[in-house]
Design a binder for this molecule. Sequence first.
Ligand code: MN
Ligand code: MN
Ligand code: ZN
Length: 282
Amino acid sequence: MNLGAHMSIAGGVHRALERGLSAGCNVVQIFTKNQTRWSSPPLKDEDVEKFLKLKLKFFSVFAHASYLINLASPDNELYLKSVNNLTEELRRCQALGINMIILHPGFHKGSGEKEGIRRIARGIKDVYNHAVLDDVEILLETTSGQGTALGSRFEHLRDIIADLPDDYKIGACLDTCHIFSAGYDIRDESSYSRTWIEFDLKIGLSRLKAIHLNDSKKDLGSARDRHEHIGKGKIGLSGFRLLVTDARFRLVPMSLETPKGPDLKEDRINLSVLRSLRFGNH
Ligand code: MN
Ligand code: MN
Ligand code: ZN
């Protein structure tokens, strides 16, 4: 199965995989460092060793970049900090044998969409010039479009990718809550298929390397990013049934990013809902 959840690395990176196993995940997403701080202590060798061993038990383990990063920032200092931080995170991915890192495109902060997109592409080029990246792919994530966030239109991702050299490995991560609050419906068969046709036309299905499974507390087109448990939000079970039974995505890892407590009970419930949707007894 290609289903799992984001897991905390509190206590060491390997702890995320232990948590994933205990919740029945075949997929785990992690932050490679504290996502609320620019600097973090280096990874501990013994944690990395345990991580690499445990990782073999999963279908897919990938990373999510820090929320502090803003490659679209018109502020040079923040831009440079972002490039350096993302470079450091890619190195951590390499050390952990992780080959995909999900990145929010960024906030243009009033400089405009066009300039923001140009900055993001430049930022990715700067990062690629700093790090040997043949084995780590950046996945641009679709966003809700809150404030000046880029990524709420598939065209934004298309334009960033178009600005990069052809030989760069750049993928995409689709977040169900984000696209829904950005106005892309997936609740019934016809809206679901229209949304994917548009994704394919603008970005290309072959770029889709990961999916975030989150229901949405907010309405279609609200531009508000509030994750809800699967089936409990405005998307509802039908949209998730279409997604987890779609044969095109059987090998695309899917991760929850829904609210939860330390005992991971909510993850277990959400995963069992998804499995029952897939196997048709829900
Ligand atoms: Mn994200
Ligand atoms: Mn997400
Ligand atoms: Zn979100």
